[in-house]
Design a protein around this ligand. Sequence first.
Ligand SMILES: [Mg+2]
Length: 306
Amino acid sequence: MHFLSHLGRLKLIKMEYGNEYGQVSGRKYESLLFDLDDTLYPLSSGLATECRKNIEDYMAQKLGIEESRIPDMCNILYKTYGTTMAGLRAIGYDFDYDEYHSFVHGRLPYEKLKPDYVLKNLLLSLPLRKIIFTNADKVHAAKVLTRLGLEDCFEGIICFESMNHPLKNTISDGEVGGFRPATTPSTEIFDIIGHFSQPNAGSKLPRTPIVCKPSEAAIDRALNIVNLNPQRTLFFDDSLRNIEAGKLMGLHTVLVGTSQRSKGADYAIESIHNMGDVLLDLWEAEEKPEKARYDDKVAIETYVTA
Ligand SMILES: [Mg+2]
């Protein structure tokens, strides 16, 4: 594979140089942090569309939300709270997280995901820490990674369960267990559509108990769980707002799914298969200071002898 042979050569150059002069510091990047959905497989697989449909069905069937309001509500909640689920909890719906996840992810056409041996070989060849960071639940993450054949490529998975305490939802205040209807709103529902149709109304947005990207708390928690130094970590995500948030937290960022670089994205790649290009570019950039010094010297000598 072209990339691997190139990678091998770079490593060799660095090692030789290090041995000779004994002053080469370690590589700047030591970890890769990956979003899962629409990052490790393309958006065109269609899972995202199906997932959205399932969320809308959940809102109608389980939460009894009026169907005509659902598309707008879904968009607003997703934009405001990171995930629709986090938004639903914020505005007052109470439901079992596991039930939600199995409804929304359980019926997804996972068979559309095929083993990606190219990506697998690429990941396994990189001598860096590799970690998944997803808002989805652990069952979904495991299913996706298995379908892609990537289950052995990562040190760990930071998912919904890692960021959210498991007991917070299943036992609410004053409840000592027993039957609790999963779909009964615990409080009055906040009118989120109304709120955004009157932006100057002055009412404050309710907060969500759910921790998820792109919040600072979620990224901070992820970095702590796996003890990552953001300055030495490359973060891959298909969501621009996650990338922007990651950048603010000090991560080096790669927007996946487009070649159009945007604010907050240090790099943009059409497909995760192009991640080798990013790493090569970074490693070559680290070599450049030496190269530049050498070029200066040549220039001076030429000048002197002329
Ligand atoms: Mg994603």
